[in-house]
Design a protein around this ligand. Sequence first.
Ligand SMILES: C[S@@+](CC[C@H](N)C(=O)[O-])C[C@H]1O[C@@H](n2cnc3c(N)ncnc32)[C@H](O)[C@@H]1O
Length: 221
Amino acid sequence: MDDLIFAKVDKYITDLLTPEDKALTDTLDSIEREGIPSISVSAPQGKFLQVMALACNAKKILELGTLAGYSTIWMARTLPQDGKIITVEFDEHHAAVAQKNIDNAGLSSRVDIRRGKALDILPQILTNGEGPFDLIFIDADKQPYKEYFEHALQLSRSGTIIICDNVVRNGEVVNENTTDDRVQGVQRLNKFLSTCNKVTATIIQTVGAKEYDGMAIAIVK
Ligand SMILES: C[S@@+](CC[C@H](N)C(=O)[O-])C[C@H]1O[C@@H](n2cnc3c(N)ncnc32)[C@H](O)[C@@H]1O
């Protein structure tokens, strides 16, 4: 087995079930053109986020880590007219490119990009009473993942789905001696999930054209 088969199967799934329209391919083009890292979710993963949003009938979604808005667009498309996704991004350039992509997708009325560090913005969202959210997607920097998850819990209701991307990190997550603080960040989260009695959670490994990784999926009790 090599990465080639994962890329081929990703393309097979994308062609079959998750074709990207122009707004999504424009978003991927903007990432390349603007020199932004190519670290969006894949199309099948974007569709997975859609499926999760539909499963919980999401009207309010929170995302940490917008990048160019690719995953935001997948999720926002499931929202009813009066639905809203708040997506948090601290890099001004990423946020500006994302805003253009969201406008281009015709989703401006449903997407609210909050500029700043997630650990600063999350308490504001709580204080403003903007929760609870139906779906929360955590996909920003990995070091504070446990803290992000704890904030997410405060912004949840019974039945909220919380998804955290990149929690396997090419399998490094099993390396107890790792010195990579991003791996240590997801290890702290994963351990927290094992003791947190407020959620039912699991981790699903993911493979694809870009990476071997995994998503933690938790549902709030
Ligand atoms: C993996 S990318 C997000 C990908 C996006 N969810 C998608 O799939 O299209 C992570 C993003 O989080 C942003 N980020 C990193 N640290 C952050 C922080 N402390 N607060 C908010 N955003 C942050 C980065 O600038 C980057 O744009």
